[in-house]
Design a protein around this ligand. Sequence first.
Ligand code: EPU
Length: 306
Amino acid sequence: MPSWSARLKSLLSADSILRFDEPMARRTTLRVGGPADCYVEPAGEEDLSAVVRFCAEHDVPWTAIGRGSNLLVRDGGVRGVVIGFNRPYFQEIAVEADHITARAGVKLKMVAVEARRHGLSGLEFMEGIPGSVGGSLRMNAGAMGSSLFDRARTVRFMEPSGEVRETPAAEIESRYRSCPFLKSRIALGAVFEGMPATPEDVAERMSAYSRKRWDSQPAAPSAGCMFTNPDSIPAGRLIDELGLKGLRVGGAVVSDVHGNFMVNEGGATARDVLELMERIQTEARDRRGVELEMEVQIIGEDPATS
Ligand code: EPU
């Protein structure tokens, strides 16, 4: 247990969760990775602010995570504090007229379902993205040609100092699968804008997206697309054309459903996944001159060698 653990615990309310040596594999959809020194689920923004202020004062690194669906944790685990958003406060979602306010821990699927229930279109693409609002803002997650920042009106976030702010989304720089602004800050939630429609129309679009996804993406544990799409060719098609589907390192395999998904067939380590990705990058570079950039976020350390 780190020497600072008792002091950090004393700063948090009873509704916050704090644990040590928390296995991260079970907090990621890829199901690989070592433990976090300390794992905290703050009860609310005040406790979250206390955690980041404590970390700043004591030089302890912190890492905020979402649902772990775009996350690769190295086998040696994560030093410092990992922050999760599963407490009830961070699950709050409210609909008013044409906008939906959702906190960091809300699943994107829930945003899509609420939009459907209230007859709001434009948010259907979120139905199949296995992320939370916070992680998906950080990644500017997307599907079916839309991304989160296309539909966000305002974004609420915490500065590394612990201060909470809210800013129009249009003033925040967002790119394809990235929001650099949120790299050093913590996304606390957003207001999303929908457009009036009938619940039936929204439901139809959601079903069509869902069918498309089930037809083209694997159901086995994965972190979604591992590489961003280069301008020249979708990464999945390139990996397919290179004949790399089925390529395996340990328990990690290139999906035979979609080339840009690496699935954990059981017992994979982070090392297996990283080696598989490196092999794919080498093949793409050597045979096609294409640099594949990682979409998946990599955190943590390799195991100590003794
Ligand atoms: N393709 C192949 N072989 C494959 C996979 C794809 O030939 O093994 C071809 C498809 O037939 C299609 C093209 O490549 O012509 C693009 O494939 P797809 O429509 O599946 O879309 P994608 O570009 O591979 C993107 C996002 C996904 C998102 C889907 C659906 C990226 C890196 N990926 O995939 O996002 O779900 O569109 O909108 O932008 C993610 O970011 O994690 C992710 C899964």
